[in-house]
Write a protein that binds this ligand. Sequence first.
Ligand SMILES: [Zn+2]
Length: 556
Amino acid sequence: MPAIYSPSLMVTKSNIIVQAILLIQLFSRLLIAAPISQPKLVVVISVDQMREDFFDRFGDLFTGGLKYLLEDGVYFSEAFHDHAVSVTGPGHFSIGSGRYPGPAGILSNDWYDRETGSYVYCVQDNETKGILTDNQNNSYRNINSTALGDWIRHKTPDSKVYSISSKDRSAIFMGGKKPDGVFWLDNRTGQYITTDYYMKRYPRWLKKFNRSKPLDKYFGTEWKRSIKDLSQYDKRCRKDDYPGEEMLKKFNGRTFPHTLQKPDKGKGPTYEDLWNFPFLDEVLLDLAKVIVDKESLGEDNSTDLLNIGLSMSDAVGHSFGPHSQEVMEMFLVLDAYLEDFFNFLDGIIGMEHVLVAFTSDHGSGYLPEYAKELGLGGGRYGSKKRRDLLKLNNELSREFGMGSYIEAFSAGAIFYSHYLMTAKGLSRKDIDSVVIPYVKKLDWVDGVIVRSKLESEDNLTELERLYKNSFHPDKSGDLHVIPKPHWISKTSSGATHGSPYKWDRHVPMVFAGYNLKPTYVKDKVRTVDFAPTIGRLLNLEIPENVDGKPLDLVRD
Ligand SMILES: [Zn+2]
């Protein structure tokens, strides 16, 4: 029996000590049982097309926000998107929802829809319309899922959830079903906009922000390398001028400095020209500050969520490739932008109350010209693909009679004409028997995956598993085609992503702030783990259909 309940009335010195120890033990248990503190604000930052190795290659040069993440965060060095079609829509869907994109019906950014015979956009919503704009019909309405913001509001309905990006799909997928506001850039007008799915009229602060024409100040700006010692770039990158980089007139060719041209006399600015410069990310972080300030994010004890999708690294990466001096400079600039933003959050809320969760929607591959120089092979299959598919249709017509057997090549798969198959009494196996040997011989194709394989659960290879996570039984095509490494769909210049190869899927994943203990974790993790990890930290109810698992984060 514990001494504290001893019937002895004799108070001795040792008795007092024992009782004191027991009281301390009881008190510490009570402390453990007490509600755990919550961050006041979660800021999710997704940097479009950020490869994990950018931290390795440029990390020693970071002095600002990216250095803070690297040194003060819980850094997962082996985080991968676990699906084959590694593009923005599916990537942001996984980041926001913790689910694999394919089974949820997100095949790619857009894909061929067999029912209508046309292409659908991943966040298309024909029921909605833009506020003050006529050309917008995007929202989360048709997405059969919830996201982190919805889980937060399920627990604390007065939590606020906002999501912003230059790209609609990035903001929408991270924003979830019922956020307070989701805003993205209208390239035509240079204004941040939304649709009536989210709200009926714009908040005053957004009108004011837009009225200030925040993009206009950049026209006429020269973008140049910020480090005087140019050998720093040569050490970490290819030479500045390289075959295969985009030769954009608006960008002053393919070497630094790049100047954002002023509009011609009498003409308004062309806001699309801002893509390929870092500047739109600075404007977006300015908008983030306005939202934090005007909507009082992080002010009370109900955790708020702000999702920020920074897209300019994707635009620069597509034009110049991940080994370009432009991409390196892009991240040096982003390092400074994020330093300013984190300083703002620290001043207004305090980083001990802010959880920063940082990742990317996908990586990217070599410029094929550079891969070839390195002896890795590679090429551009964009223009070959169309010709190859036409020839394939001729083969099928020779075998089964004239007809259009191929409806589309979309989301990594060939779509056969089911109408023609029914009309001619042909099975998928019949068509496969002609298509597979033909496709396997093409110089840009590594292999194929038949549909029945993706419909099954058993004995899947690693590659098949990745394709299964990008596969939907009703929506996907008939035969998935795996391009060879370093063969990309871009036709004449530029780099891209979208393949199942690791360079397109390996991304940084960092959690910082909120007094998290700086840790470097080498375990292999998945981007579907990202949202559940935040969910568990906030003690949220995580939906059963979530594929990710919460990762351990330790606080100091
Ligand atoms: Zn991209």
